[in-house]
Design a protein around this ligand. Structure first.
Ligand SMILES: [Fe+2]
Ligand SMILES: [Fe+2]
Length: 311
């Protein structure tokens, strides 16, 4: 049995086409798109349509990610444009509009999938972990945390995405696989990432595949789609993420979200300041260090940084 897992496409149709072509040539029995198909990128509708066609023609499966949840929220919660929260969520509102305000396909995506291996063992898949769509698995996640992150009983194979950093790790009886990001990697390698899982001699073997794709087209899509003009200043940081293969939005959130919500600084000014300060290599290195911390440690550091910023 062969299983392909791609995740975190983030509206990058150029990367999705390249990964899809590679997957089709590999001829897997199953393909799973493990969440964050849309949002944080320029071509959400094209990516959704592309995957829907693969669902119909090839039986591709999908999972919901936190970014689908952000887009769905726009259908439930109307935030006034003058409300600072609107600026924070403006990019997901832009994605919502690009999808013609129809989130039914996103709402239909499940949180978890269970497939059967040839020996009947479970293949469990979810976006980040069994603890939720935002609780990710990293190389530095301690072994003790895994029973909760994987869920019980521990399956022979557990596949996720969300962190945008690929990973293969054996935890007791479970091969844990993070497919990385097809459309927006954060490990410094700008190539698209996906995972190939092969059942061989009664066990799972995992392999992370990295692919060059038309990044010039992906950048052009930022210019051409209207995201830079209409999705708010944070869209500029998304383009930096694409160019650098390092997260920007998390570091911006740590430093500025509370201040923007409090009306202490405008969104535009915060992004200008952030972009300028990123040229300070020491701060940039700190941001990268923080991005590798597990979520509880991130929250702790974030709280300390915010407290310091308020002084
Ligand atoms: Fe993601
Ligand atoms: Fe995610």
């Amino acid at each position: 049995m062969k299983l392909a897992v791609l995740s975190d496409i983030h509206s990058n149709i150029a990367a999705l086409r390249e990964v899809s072509e590679h997957i089709e040539a590999w001829k897997p029995d199953r393909v799973v798109v493990a969440g964050d198909l849309v949002n944080r990128g320029p071509r959400p509708l094209e990516c959704l349509r592309f995957v829907q066609e693969k669902q119909a023609a090839r039986g591709w499966l999908t999972l919901i990610g936190n970014h689908e949840e952000y887009v769905i929220r726009n259908a439930r919660v109307k935030v006034l444009e003058r409300d600072p929260r609107f600026e924070i969520h403006r990019s997901s509102y832009w994605t919502y509009q690009q999808l013609n305000c129809d989130v039914s396909a996103l709402q239909a995506m499940p949180f978890k999938l269970s497939l059967a291996a040839p020996d009947g063992g479970e293949i469990r898949l979810t976006h980040a972990s069994m603890c939720g769509t935002r609780m990710g698995i990293y190389w530095h996640t301690p072994d003790e945390a895994f029973p909760e992150l994987i869920g019980k009983p521990q399956p022979p194979l557990f596949c996720v995405g969300h962190t945008h950093i690929p990973l293969l790790r054996q935890i007791g009886p479970t091969l844990v696989v993070n497919a990385g990001a097809a459309g927006l990697p954060f490990d410094g390698d700008r190539r698209a990432s996906y995972a190939q899982l092969t059942w061989r001699n009664g066990r799972w073997e995992g392999r992370i595949v990295r692919l060059n794709y038309d990044r010039r087209q992906a950048e052009h899509d930022f210019e051409d789609s209207g995201i830079l003009d209409n999705a708010g200043p944070l869209a500029r940081l998304m383009l930096v993420e694409l160019r650098t293969a390092h997260s920007q939005l998390f570091q911006w959130t740590v430093r500025y979200e509370k201040a923007v919500l409090a009306g202490d600084i405008s969104m535009e000014q915060s992004v200008r300041e952030f972009s300028a300060s990123n040229r300070d290599s020491r701060l940039y290195a700190l941001g990268r260090f923080i991005s590798y911390l597990p979520m509880p440690a991130r929250r702790f550091v974030a709280a300390r940084l915010i407290a310091r910023a308020k002084k």
